[in-house]
Design a protein around this ligand. Sequence first.
Ligand code: NDP
Ligand code: 2IT
Length: 444
Amino acid sequence: MSYIDNIISNIEKRDAGQPEFIQAAKEVLDSLRIIVDKDNTYEKAGLLERLVEPERIVMFRVPWIDDAGKVQVNRGFRVQFSSAIGPYKGGLRFHPSVTLSIIKFLGFEQIFKNSLTGLPMGGGKGGSDFDPKGKSDNEVMRFCQSFMTELYRHIGQDTDVPAGDIGVGGREIGFMYGQYKRIVNRFEGVLTGKGIGWGGSLARTEATGYGLVYIVEEYLNKNGDSFKGKKVAISGSGNVAIFAAQKAMSLGATVISMSDSNGCICHKKGINLDTIKDIKLVKRERLTKYAEIHKDAVYSDVSNGRVWDIACDIALPCATQNELLLEDARKLSASGCKVVAEGANMPTTLDATEYLLSKGIAFFPGKAANAGGVATSGLEMSQNSARLSWSFEEVDAKLKNIMVGIFHSIDDAAKEYGKPGNFVIGANIAGFLKVARAMLDQGV
Ligand code: NDP
Ligand code: 2IT
């Protein structure tokens, strides 16, 4: 059995109850065959055994009191996966589907994503099975305070710097930051995605969605094309989806569909983003509202329609893992879609990815395509350390530069290793090499 196959088989045994982690690890390990099979340095150093085992996992109880005075208990996680190239860095997800497997897959992906940004950040992820939906602001605050009352001892501006993810936006970061500060009595850049005026960076809110569009734009431009006149389908209607839509529209595209966990809307003449922002960011309501406001839009609930059913030129999955399946990939290909770029983490299943690649569709994996969020978090950390703040234009220009750089490093790596146009292999190899070098240099 080859070194890689051995590692995969060990993960399948030791982490048997963690399907999402196994899926993410397999995808990366498969890409690494090209380098690991012909150079035994990695095997001799036990490098892959180390890479797939988090440096530290913290799991903890999060008790809080709801508005009715009842005690509720959730489970908290922080997986500090790799500090090879910098302090652990990665978001916190609050969603009822959160398990150790989900947090481990996200932390693992984050190692290579952060490496691709070129900034000195290790990989980590955390979260809770707490569901902010339907909770009052006070309940969310009490939960966040309790969560941070344990988490604070494991993090720090030079140790581990969490940020947002699904279910964690400006409101949650604010409550967690306030609690951290009360406990440690220090105003430091321990979280990113902070509010403007108390350490946050301009353009961090927009960064993931904008970055996603910037990397696709660079690809299109290099092929003599652009977003102008393109039909774009976007899943999700949260932070990433909204700002991807905003940037794509500003470049002349028409965003024809968006979704949430209950269903999707199709609005052929173009989604009205002000309505989406009002429903999702202000009122925190369901997407069904959109079709009540815009009578020419069509709403389908999850049981009778998917965002990938509608013909588009570019598909941007921006909701959650495993939301673009093989049958969706087939539909997208059949209806003429030419580019799929992942705003979410691992939204495309392995078989769907294979299918898209086999059809010559340009496929940008999340660890490259959605790296703009964490890259701008890295810029927020730099501003915090230097105690200054850059303008929106400065941060946006740096973000664009980083995304263009990521496009070229994954494109170059794909070519160098004999798989031109395969950005999955390009991203995995380019992300891995820097982390592996650091691990070899630093010893076991
Ligand atoms: P938000 O919480 O702002 O939005 C999430 C969106 O996805 C909502 O529309 C939500 O619908 C939908 N969604 C969530 N879970 C599911 C599910 N199980 N099934 C169907 N739809 C679902 O999160 P973000 O926009 O921040 O994150 C979206 C994705 O992008 C995630 O994969 C995240 O890991 C990734 N990402 C985020 C970054 C960031 O900076 N925020 C950076 C890089 C990646 P509903 O409202 O119904 O819950
Ligand atoms: O998946 C991700 O990259 C994020 N949720 C952002 C992480 C961060 O630290 O900004």
